[in-house]
Design a protein around this ligand. Structure first.
Ligand code: CP
Length: 308
């Protein structure tokens, strides 16, 4: 699972159904994969992804080995493909958090076990599954739901949430300054899926207009992990897209606030919103665990059946 776009709408719904069941009964699937193991490769820091994947593996009866690139031969010249071949002989799945999306693709091309993108510069599918589960829990159904994403429309979280909204038949507004408008090919792919699911995507540069009909308002960190040098420039360009009480007051009364975390409090989202009654942020974070469990269980059992 490298991108949300790898999942057709039916598979996405099945994953969310399984995640919801696993949330109710966390140890109900402990026997299926007992004795297995996953590797979790990280080239960037992580709290939620690292801990949710490791805990998910444990709840499925497996162990998880956290692999830091610099402590592996991968960080000292061994190729991604050679690493993937070797890991495939030890593990049942490998998760990869990296910079360049091509790295996850190279891993998937060479591996014979499932590869899960645990975040690349352009995609964050694990996050989107948790987002959808939180929205489904709150609103009951995803089809027809209205949501607005504010900030950097080129970010991995935005790209994946757009694809998730497309597959779910949601109506998504992307509010970004022109410098951070979502890539045309990402939009085209989403619109192709939306033609089948009944969803839609609208682009605007106006944050207040963008939230007027939104049932969910998604804030996202303004400065990516690998671009700290752009902090000043981004903070200036994105200041109007901050999610605060004043902006949320323009949204319908039922609207909830989303954020994938970690947040820079007071920058893209205020503490009043993050900790306030309309915040769905902690549910999103909590849902990283059952959705990770559902992804690992589905991919590993499917791969085992295929290779028998
Ligand atoms: N949202 C998210 O992926 O969090 P981490 O960077 O802590 O894993």
């Amino acid at each position: 699972m490298l991108r949300v776009g790898d999942l057709d709408p039916e598979t996405l719904t099945e994953l969310l159904d399984l995640a919801a069941a696993m949330k109710q009964e966390p140890l109900g699937w402990e026997r299926d994969l007992r004795g297995g193991a996953i590797g979790c490769l990280f080239e960037k820091p992580s709290t939620r992804t690292r801990v949710s994947l490791a805990t998910a593996a444990q709840r499925l009866g497996m162990s998880a080995i956290v692999l830091n690139r610099d402590e592996m031969q991968l960080g000292h010249g061994e190729t991604v493909a050679d690493t993937a071949c070797v890991l495939s002989s030890f593990l049942d799945a490998v998760t990869v958090r990296t910079f360049d999306h091509a790295t996850v693709e190279q891993m998937a091309d060479a591996a014979t076990i499932p590869v899960v993108n645990a975040l690349s510069n352009t995609h964050h599918p694990c996050q989107s599954l948790a987002d959808l589960l939180a929205l489904r829990e709150r609103f009951g159904a995803l089809a027809g739901l209205t949501a607005t994403f504010l900030g950097d429309g080129t970010s991995n979280t935005c790209n994946s949430f757009l694809a998730a909204a497309a597959a779910s038949g949601m109506h998504l507004t992307l509010a970004s300054p022109p410098e951070y408008a979502t890539d045309a090919h990402v939009l085209a792919e989403a619109r192709e899926v939306m033609a089948q699911t009944g969803g839609s995507v609208t682009l605007t540069t106006e944050p207040i207009d963008a939230v007027r009909t939104a049932q969910a308002v998604y804030a996202e960190v303004w400065v990516p992990m690998d671009k700290p040098h752009e902090r000043e420039e981004r903070a200036a360009r994105l200041a109007a897209y901050r999610v605060d009480d004043a902006l949320l007051a323009r949204a319908p009364r039922e609207a909830v606030a989303l954020h994938c975390l970690p947040a820079v409090r007071g920058e893209e989202i205020t503490s009043e919103v993050l900790d306030g009654p309309r915040s769905l942020v902690w549910n999103q974070a909590a849902n990283r665990l059952p959705t990770a469990q559902a992804v690992l269980h589905t991919l590993i059992t499917t791969n085992r059946q295929r290779t028998v």
